[in-house]
Design a protein around this ligand. Sequence first.
Ligand code: ZN
Length: 420
Amino acid sequence: MNVLSSICYGGDYNPEQWPEEIWYEDAKLMQKAGVNLVSLGIFSWSKIEPSDGVFDFEWLDKVIDILYDHGVYINLGTATATTPAWFVKKYPDSLPIDESGVILSFGSRQHYCPNHPQLITHIKRLVRAIAERYKNHPALKMWHVNNEYACHVSKCFCENCAVAFRKWLKERYKTIDELNERWGTNFWGQRYNHWDEINPPRKAPTFINPSQELDYYRFMNDSILKLFLTEKEILRDVTPDIPVSTNFMGSFKPLNYFQWAQHVDIVTWDSYPDPREGLPIQHAMMNDLMRSLRKGQPFILMEQVTSHVNWRDINVPKPPGVMRLWSYATIARGADGIMFFQWRQSRAGAEKFHGAMVPHFLNENNRIYREVTQLGQELKKLDCLVGSRIKAEVAIIFDWENWWAVELSSKPHNKLRYCR
Ligand SMILES: [Zn+2]
């Protein structure tokens, strides 16, 4: 499935950080750089729905129209990656809880329990409102559901999750005797008489039952996938012809991407190799893995950085030419799109020191924007590559459930790692 007839080129665009006059400047700079697609509104829940059930789309209407007038299409975010402060205040039990019982508070992002009933209700209402608003806009080319699912909170251990886990186990094992048998609960006296005696594998005195732990991996993966499917069902209903995706993260342990990939229309993923390591062979392998998720279908590199990230201990910039080289390396392994986080570097917030396509203090000779523009103009000449396939000569078996199992505790070799 091709999103555009050209190679997709652009990045995450977070215009709500800037006054309106900057939006026009952005659109002109995008045009000059050859940008044809931006991911918009990914973290905009609190701006789109400033209070419970009250929606404000005027600003987003304006942004989308400006972009479209400048030849830029949109990969529209469903805005569900961060619940607003009003939601957290109203439903404090929507905050996730770690294995030690610590509540993860509002103030960064992705602070939600995937099994919270009101979260799901509110997501449904929000996604339908966005889809209905923009279903006929000619700029809309793709849906970007949530963002990097499970990136920060891959497991929640709260009571909502405990209830959902018991239900999941009941469907899997049917009887409590079968669960006892499969989990080997006669060892260490862990036998259960009733489903409601079972809890998530919370912090315990020592090694937890490994079958319980493995099932919790499966259960959490399924819980988070269910959130994605909830959104996808609505998007399909309102816009049956617009492709739906969510950005993966390569060999990301908590989510079984082979399972997930069956439900996206196109695989998209985020890649941030450390420039200190050169271009690691892992970069090639991850691109191959992402391409394999949908049996060789071209994918989109949804995020990379032009220069430096800000979340490692030491954040080295890419030397001149390296962004271009790695972008072509990704296209050579099957990508139909090269996108970045983010378009314009933030002036505040946790990622203000993270590189962007338009850095702080932009001027005519800025190296980063110059490289961005060069690549964008070059990619326009490569339309013939869109939809092309790579023929692999070697296969490597990669399996998430085996990864989870291999790295459980108390084995003969406890430093064995399935994948870095
Ligand atoms: Zn939970």
